[in-house]
Design a protein around this ligand. Sequence first.
Ligand code: CP
Ligand code: NVA
Length: 308
Amino acid sequence: MTRHFLRDDDLSPAEQREVLDLAARLKRDRFAERPLEGQKTAAVIFDKTSTRTQVSFSVGVADLGGNPLIMDSKNSQMGGKESVSDTAKVLSRMVELIVWRTYAHAGLVEMAEHATVPVINSLSDDFHPCQILADLQTIAERKGELAGLTATYVGDAANNMGHSYLLGFATAGMHIRVAGPDGFHPRADIVADAERIAAETGGSVSILTDPVAAVSGSDVVITDTWVSMGQEDEKAARIATFGAYRVTAELMAHAREDAIFMHCLPAYREYEVAPEVIDGPQSVVWDEAENRVHAQKALMTWLLKESE
Ligand code: CP
Ligand code: NVA
């Protein structure tokens, strides 16, 4: 059966551990896995802009022995011209993997329904699961065992990162708290899924409004942009709404003394995070960015193996 990775909970807790173990091994031994030797091709398609995702998949596919085909959907027949299902069938005849960054998550679901090769979500409006694997790898490097740690995400708790932290961190057995203003809390069905997973892994899920209460005693403090791709028209209103959720040294002081700070990047130092935090000693954002390469190489290797 072809395996896909569209949401964080497409990997069971045991499967997520396997992928993270492989990511750690590939970080130590860069060319240890060569599933795309040949050279086979992975299509990496962008409907939205990217630096990290574009570069980490390009480097990762090449490290696995393959050829990364970076496609800007605007220069293809995708979108208004050709259906997702026809695109999935055509690409499946030519490439070994489809990686897609898009807007509506439903497009990825449709792509996976019609593709006969693994489909990877490299960010949709609802989830960013590849980022969460890199984040878990980074936390494990700093803290050891993931299960039992408390991580808090503050800011736009209704966006793709908020949703993915709920599912991915609950899968890892962590206590995940997300805090945002009223009207910017995560989708109820995703919270319910995360709670069900946490009940199985020994983690927990808390949805909060007060950023200070949320951060108190946390091992990990995380934020993301207040204006995600596709929300540019709402920028002024969003900046006015999220001001109290800016991660400053003062907010970080409520977390554990040895807490780490994370951000998927790109970061806006004038808004969601103060320079003294993201550029300070608690920040692990550059490791987090690098780990996109290792985590995604592990994911691609694992999906290809499971789909044989
Ligand atoms: N974090 C992340 O996905 O970065 P890019 O948008 O640059 O790919
Ligand atoms: N929430 C952000 C993440 C960017 C990597 C966005 O969707 O734009």
